[in-house]
Design a protein around this ligand. Sequence first.
Ligand code: HEC
Ligand code: HEC
Ligand code: HEC
Ligand code: HEC
Ligand code: HEC
Length: 288
Amino acid sequence: MNPPWFRLLHVVSVGLVATLTVSGCVDSSSSSPAPVATLTRASATTPISYQVAKYDPIHFKPAIEQATDQQCLACHAEVLKPAMRKASPAGVEAASARAWYQQISTYQGEQETFHRRHLETAYAKQVMNLRCTTCHQGNDPRDRAPGSSATAQSDLTLRKTVTPETTCLKCHAQMNWPVMGLPGPWPQQSKDLFQNNCLACHIAIRTTRHQVTYLNAKTIEELAAKPNGGDVCYGCHGGRAWYRTHYPYPRHAWPDMPTEIPDWAKDRPTQSEARFLAAAAARQGEKK
Ligand code: HEC
Ligand code: HEC
Ligand code: HEC
Ligand code: HEC
Ligand code: HEC
């Protein structure tokens, strides 16, 4: 029925699909492509296919809540490998480029990938203790729009695989200087006045802070007590703000806290997000 050229085309395209399926899961940086069968489930040794791995239950709730970094890295080792270009395609040397969000004194070393900047660099390890699941809480790989069908995941942020307003915004929001009684934005009107020292006030105000599993509270305070320590605090509280909004931080009671709650703080929680409390981590039975 079909002319011979059609049958040939059909065979070719089936072959092409098969090749794509195989090459899809291969680390493109390795010279000798590993076959599909080398993908193994972190918990078992049975080889599994790319499609099965993509929908591995570990990607979704509830399994993702218990997942360790090692389990994720069994398949995603590449996210922590150094992978920076020496120069941009247009020829700008990485070593000489510094973006607006890389100006704070705590930013050190060569350009790094996003994942390495948060998980692997020396400064990241000093002040933070992020895990894969701090940011990744499971998303539908088929559909990144919430509520598009009766069965679609409803708690997604459109086109995102993480929820920025409960992750990134915590450390990349604007500094809420008006509630602090400061004369103006930190870099222009407050930094010099307070000798780049947030502890001038915060030695006694909102002192119950950073008691969450993904921050190293003690080290943060130690670094911030050094000269120009304001850069440490400001880094996460305005210095590399991706958003025009504030993060509504929980307002923990602190010693000598005034009893009257200011209007702006009336809707604030008084506890950190439950999943980041030390007790929750103890239940999970492991840290990074
Ligand atoms: C058994 C192997 C395996 C394990 C274990 C695994 N993944 Fe994946 N993951 C995959 C495959 C395969 C894909 C599909 C990759 C693609 O389409 O580019 C994928 C895709 C993803 C994506 C992209 C999803 C999207 O919508 O584009 C993210 C994010 C991700 N994984 C995170 C994780 C995290 C976090 C963990 C640990 C909780 C984890 N993965 C554990 C194999 C695995
Ligand atoms: C600071 C938050 C954060 C942490 C921690 C984090 N990720 Fe991601 N990850 C992201 C964001 C943001 C993206 C890009 C999402 C998008 O494109 O929508 C991403 C993308 C990915 C992807 C998709 C492929 C890619 O490289 O773009 C994989 C796979 C992934 N992450 C795995 C991991 C694993 C494994 C860990 C732990 C070792 C981890 N992530 C830790 C925020 C994070
Ligand atoms: C717990 C705090 C924290 C969270 C949550 C967080 N970041 Fe960061 N981010 C940092 C710190 C600290 C640095 C700067 C590290 C340094 O200077 O070495 C940084 C740096 C960056 C950079 C600059 C990377 C570079 O190499 O210049 C980008 C981009 C970024 N973050 C985006 C995000 C996004 C997007 C998310 C949410 C998925 C996110 N961050 C979540 C703390 C955080
Ligand atoms: C003049 C004193 C003063 C200085 C200097 C100061 N703060 Fe504050 N800060 C305050 C006060 C007052 C509050 C609000 C206290 C309350 O909850 O009633 C506050 C609140 C905060 C909050 C919580 C905001 C919210 O929306 O809940 C953060 C975060 C913060 N400060 C960070 C910083 C950082 C980072 C610096 C330095 C770059 C800094 N502060 C410098 C007085 C100060
Ligand atoms: C690595 C990023 C990072 C650094 C560095 C950092 N913070 Fe924070 N800060 C956060 C995050 C994330 C939260 C929210 C934690 C939570 O949900 O309880 C927070 C919460 C706060 C709060 C709200 C306290 C409350 O009532 O819960 C204050 C005030 C604050 N930080 C001030 C500071 C000061 C002052 C410094 C320097 C000494 C500083 N921060 C350094 C990330 C950072």
